[in-house]
Design a protein around this ligand. Structure first.
Ligand SMILES: *Cc1c(COP(=O)(O)O)cnc(C)c1O
Length: 407
């Protein structure tokens, strides 16, 4: 008899985006002539940078000819892309990361979800609240949690992000082994300073724990004093894995390319307390379960680091951040408190009422879709997230409507 992994039964049906879709569809059916503006999604809206498209086309043409065709590539990614990543994203910022510490993949969602496979079921896991749901659900699937009760899973150490700590969680009071951090943050848009991040690195070194640092939104950082990579912090090479993606900076959400950095000094321990090399283990896992990102996609990603590509990617971030500036200005003038939107394309707004009530009100009265904060965790209750990923015209129109409703 085939039996299931019963940990899957503990998972909460992910109602958030399907609930949103249902409410929007039903609203549209009742109000067919109302034009709805979506500021709820965490997906980009603008086309790929021209430099990427050109490289993409060229690589497809190479694939068409016997002489330049490529079959299976290296599982870890082609050298040309790993070299470009190490030089541009790390070495240029004084972060000591080598090309062979980069693992190219088809998404930071998969990587952040898969990395926990390397660790024992007994691992004590610390996860922020509110959170990108992947970190939590993959640990539930792996059997590292108890049951779900009152909005939380037993066994998880939740790191509350709230007004009191300015949406940067405090160090856990009890020892933890695996720590998930995401800055700039989805959903709150908050950022972490180098001093604050140093405290986490020091904590991890002291407790022999590991930080999984999700930097998917680093391209939106405008404040030069903020860290773009955890490896800008002394001592991080021994205790931190970093996840990056081409999804948000270069619009690769549908094209798929990302990477994970596993420094050679990173260690984890067996039950006897003996040290093991995480670079070796992740390489083993990656080569066993993954067969590489397609060659044209890796060429397209490489073009992000060309002179033209860099300019185009910066222009994309600037485009969305102009939307974020407009949203912040309007929300502030309406007297609401918020975080985010300065170095991140998300604005996290204290709605002063139930998240879903606020969602329904914005949809009914303004025809604007937001994301209810409660969908990201218990600490998200009372908040909504607005996304800057849309056209200027739509954001402008949405903010005018919101002002006429809330003003
Ligand atoms: C969008 C996003 C990613 C990127 O995921 P991909 O699978 O690379 O598209 C990673 N982490 C967070 C928090 C995100 O919001």
């Amino acid at each position: 008899m085939i039996t299931i992994n019963e940990h899957y039964l503990k998972l909460q049906a992910s109602y958030l985006f399907s609930d949103i879709a249902k409410r929007v569809t039903s609203f549209q059916e009742k109000n067919p002539d109302r034009n709805i503006i979506r500021l709820g999604i965490g997906d980009v809206t603008k086309g790929l940078p021209a430099a990427c498209v050109e490289a993409f086309h060229k690589a497809v043409d190479e694939m068409a000819q016997d002489g330049t065709f490529r079959g299976y590539g290296p599982e870890q990614g082609y050298g040309f892309l790993r070299e470009a990543i190490a030089a541009n994203d790390f070495q240029s910022r004084g972060a000591d990361i080598a090309a062979d510490e980069i693992f190219v993949s088809d998404g930071a969602k998969c990587d952040t979800g898969n990395f926990q496979e390397l660790f024992s079921t007994a691992t004590k896991v610390a996860i922020p609240d509110p959170v990108y749901p992947v970190y939590l659900d993959t640990n539930v699937m792996a059997g590292r949690t108890g049951k779900y009760e009152n909005g939380r899973y037993g066994g998880i150490v939740y790191l509350d992000s709230n007004r009191e700590n300015n949406f940067v969680p405090e160090l856990p009071k009890e020892p933890v082994d695996l720590i998930y951090l995401c800055f700039p943050n989805n959903p709150t848009g908050s950022t972490i300073s180098k001093d604050q991040l140093k405290q986490w690195v020091d904590y991890a070194r002291e407790h022999k724990s590991l930080i999984l640092f999700d930097a998917a939104y680093e391209a939106f950082i405008r404040d030069e004093s903020l860290p773009k990579s955890i490896y800008e912090i002394d001592g991080a090479r021994e205790v931190a894995i970093e996840f990056r993606s081409f999804s948000k900076n270069a619009g690769f959400t549908g094209t798929r390319c990302a990477y994970t950095v596993v420094p050679k000094e990173c260690r984890a321990y067996d039950s006897q307390g003996k040290e093991h090399d995480l670079h070796f283990l992740w390489n083993r896992r990656h080569c066993t379960k993954f067969n590489g990102v397609s060659y044209p996609v890796q060429r397209a990603a490489e073009a992000v680091y060309s002179e033209e590509g860099k300019k185009q990617v910066q222009a994309l971030a600037a485009y969305y951040m102009r939307n974020a500036d407009l949203i912040r200005k309007e929300i502030e003038s309406l007297g609401y408190s918020y975080v985010g939107g300065e170095n991140c394309p998300y604005i996290w707004i204290d709605g002063g009422k139930d998240s879903w009530q606020f969602f329904d009100m914005l949809l009914d009265k303004a025809g604007v879709v937001c994301t209810p904060g409660a969908g990201f965790g218990t600490c998200g209750q009372g908040y909504i997230r607005l996304s800057a990923f849309n056209s200027h015209e739509n954001v402008q129109e949405a903010m005018e409507r919101i002002r006429s409703v809330l003003g």
